[in-house]
Design a protein around this ligand. Structure first.
Ligand SMILES: Nc1ncnc2c1ncn2[C@@H]1O[C@H](COP(=O)(O)OP(=O)(O)OP(=O)(O)O)[C@@H](O)[C@H]1O
Ligand SMILES: [Mg+2]
Length: 369
């Protein structure tokens, strides 16, 4: 997967700029607040239709403008694809693939795959289970449209079920819940089975990446906390049983207490929970290993590496982990952002250096061998 170019129009602090990325490495440099993360965000938007940052889409529209635009062309072994996303203050977001407007954002998933990492992704290890579910959701949605639509369906029915649980009319609750639960269990089973498969695929690869980045010092293990396994049918049946058994509890709580919306992943580093005992550097390495492993899974499943976006990670790693990280990106189109370049870390590699200042590209230079 190769993004050939990316044009931004009135996107965040950019008026109009075109980025030409390196085939493998690109480094975007600039002082703080010049637009590096904005450009990294735009690449991820182009790939997924979503921002890697939290917040409303319309915030990307440049202050004082009515619309913003991202346009790019990518190439894979299946051919070229052009993607355009238009953000309109009043009209929302529209996505065009090869010139045709898509009816659903989900259509964009899987065209240009992407893995994004920035320091905020540390929350993947540190913070709430919601961040870990978000990681699985973004990753799996790009890999499988079926997952994306099943998850949407699950969330929609769950929302309705939770509303119903707050209803005071008990006979209405009992009758209607029966109808919702059949559909809920089907959607849940698809989501859980695909998450299980994803976790058993990613765990050994993340372990290997972590071992490499930490120079053989740290062993990473991942554990799923979902509690359901087996075929989709088995998961559906077991989940349906638990949902039925938990009816009184859910009614008392006023929400659904079990299901994929409560899943979690545990990261164990050298035998201890990384969330509790890991240092910042170790936790960062766990999150990075996970992202590198995610890139490998994309490759295993689609035959192509995704575009890897590593925003502001180099400065946070020691020299050895920096060099190892850069080495681990061989064969992957990778976009780094940093306030400056440490040439030693990139020794032996060819890279495009794009310098950014106040939302403008100051220069693009190809460096290295
Ligand atoms: N919609 C918008 N319109 C205009 N400017 C915006 C908009 N959204 C964000 N900005 C500005 O973009 C600037 C650059 O942000 P960005 O996060 O890309 O900086 P950065 O180069 O990554 O800096 P750092 O090194 O601190 O991470 C910020 O100062 C912010 O005010
Ligand atoms: Mg930044």
């Amino acid at each position: 997967m190769l993004i050939k170019y990316l044009t931004l129009k009135n996107f965040r602090n950019y008026a109009e700029e075109t980025f030409r990325f390196g085939e493998e490495l690109t480094v975007l440099t600039g002082a703080n607040a010049q637009g590096k993360t904005n450009a990294a965000e735009a690449v991820f938007f182009l790939c997924t239709g979503y921002s890697p940052r939290a917040g409303k889409d319309r915030l990307v529209i440049r202050n004082g403008c009515e619309t913003a635009e991202i346009e790019g062309v990518a190439e894979s072994s299946y051919g070229g694809v052009s993607v355009k996303i238009i953000f309109d203050k009043n009209d929302g977001k529209k996505v065009y693939i090869n010139g045709c407007e898509t009816a659903r954002i989900g259509e964009l998933m899987g065209n240009i795959n992407s893995v994004f990492f920035n320091p905020a992704e540390l929350k993947l290890v540190q913070d709430s289970p919601e961040d870990r579910r978000r990681f699985m959701n973004i990753s799996l949605s790009q890999m499988s449209k079926n997952y994306f639509y099943s998850l949407q369906k699950y969330n929609r029915i769950l929302f309705q079920r939770n509303n119903l649980l707050k209803d005071r009319d008990l006979s209405l609750v009992k009758d209607t819940l029966f109808v919702w639960d059949g559909q809920l269990c089907k959607a849940a089973a698809t989501v859980i089975r695909q998450r299980n498969a994803f976790l058993s695929e990613i765990a050994p690869i993340a372990k290997e990446k972590h071992l490499y980045l930490s120079d053989g010092k740290e062993t990473l293990e991942m554990r799923s906390e979902s509690g359901y396994s087996g075929t989709e049918k088995e998961i559906e049946d077991n989940f349906a049983r638990d949902l039925k058994d938990g009816f009184e509890r859910d009614l008392r709580l006023g929400y659904t207490a079990i299901g994929p919306h409560r899943d979690d992943i545990k990261f164990i580093l050298n035998g201890d929970d990384a969330r509790i005992f890991g240092s910042q550097g170790q936790q960062r390495t766990v999150a990075l290993s996970l992202k590198l492993a995610e890139a490998e899974i994309f490759k295993n499943r689609s035959g192509e590496y995704p575009v890897l976006i590593l925003d502001d990670v180099l400065s946070e790693l020691d020299k050895s982990r920096q060099k190892r990280l850069i080495d681990a990106t061989h064969g992957i189109q990778t976009i780094f952002t940093a306030t400056g370049i440490s040439p030693a870390a990139f020794r032996g590699r060819k890279y495009a250096h794009i310098a950014i200042e106040k939302g403008k590209i100051k220069k693009t230079v190809v460096r290295g061998v």
